[in-house]
Design a protein around this ligand. Structure first.
Ligand code: HXC
Length: 257
């Protein structure tokens, strides 16, 4: 393939991206950022794909941005190249995304997980924003998304002390949707993704867009936004099919239109 730092495969309408820099615990260098965002954009455009999964290795989802790559840069280097801004493209993916996190999800690794829509954790997962120990702060949205996910108390403590959370605490705090045994992680993530991919893809995209609006606006505006999209679902073939299948007591066959 054309990728050096990731592996990609597709199965049952799911596009899987596996971070693959094992010697660096999947540290997120610029090459990997370009490859993940390009692969995700390809899956997003592919009508045969309904959901994406991003995973790492058993030992590390990703141990952060690549410190060795960042180290030689000065302010003008990172400012002029808008270092890390390309990760925002992952947040623009319209199809649902699932992060399957095993082992370290530190710094940019935690931020990458939080850029995904559903986060599943292995019982071995460790989440943290230890940037402060390096004399920097989170740079891929960590201070914002972690605070929205777990609240100010834990986000402040994590960003100010670098303390990590284990999978149990991350679930209790609302950072992950579920914790599963490490050996089952990828299987569970693919099962969740296949479930999503088996729904109408445009309707799943609308559901994702509507939930995400909750992070961007007031409740009244968000409810209005949802109502408009809910009405719009009635313009789809899949709404006709979904409701017909229910009344006819059969499984729905969605056409993703
Ligand atoms: C570059 C990294 C790396 C990273 C690990 N490695 N994390 N390389 N960037 N973020 C490399 C190590 O240098 C080492 O390579 C190899 O991976 C294995 O790591 P070890 O440290 O030997 O493993 P271990 O002792 O098991 O410790 C694991 C670890 C530790 C606790 C995860 O590696 C660690 O603390 N990593 C850094 C975590 C971190 O600070 N992340 C935040 C990054 S900043 P060699 O070649 O030496 O064997 C960030 C913020 C972005 O993400 C925004 C700020 C601008």
């Amino acid at each position: 393939t054309r990728y050096e730092t990731i592996l990609t495969e597709t199965k049952n309408r799911v596009g899987l991206i596996t971070l693959n820099r094992p010697k660096a615990l999947n540290a997120l260098n610029l090459r990997l950022m370009g490859e993940v965002t390009a692969a995700a954009a390809d899956f997003d455009r592919d009508p045969e794909i309904g959901c994406l999964v991003i995973t790492g290795s058993e030992r590390a989802f990703a141990a952060g941005a690549d410190i060795k790559e960042m180290q030689p840069n000065d302010y003008m280097d990172v400012y002029l190249s808008d270092w890390f801004a390309a990760w925002d493209r992952l947040g623009q993916i319209r199809k649902p995304t699932v992060a399957a996190v095993s082992g370290y999800a530190l710094g940019g690794g935690c931020e990458l997980a939080m850029l995904c829509d559903i986060v599943l954790a292995a019982d071995t997962a460790v989440f943290g924003q230890p940037e402060i120990k390096l004399g920097v702060i989170p740079g891929i949205g960590g201070s914002q998304r972690l605070t929205r996910a777990v609240g100010k108390a834990k986000a402040m403590e994590m960003c100010l002390t670098g303390r990590t959370m284990d999978a149990e605490e991350a679930e209790r705090a609302g950072l992950v949707s579920r914790v599963v045994p490490a050996a089952d992680l990828l299987g569970e993530a693919l099962a969740v993704a296949e479930t999503v991919a088996g729904m109408s893809t445009p309707i799943a995209m609308m559901a994702k867009e509507s939930v995400n609006r909750a992070f961007e606006t007031t409740l009244a505006e968000g409810v209005r936004f949802e109502r408009r999209l809910f009405h719009a679902t009635f313009a789809t073939a899949d709404q006709k099919e979904g409701m017909a299948a229910f009344t006819e007591k059969r499984a729905a066959t969605f056409v993703n239109r």
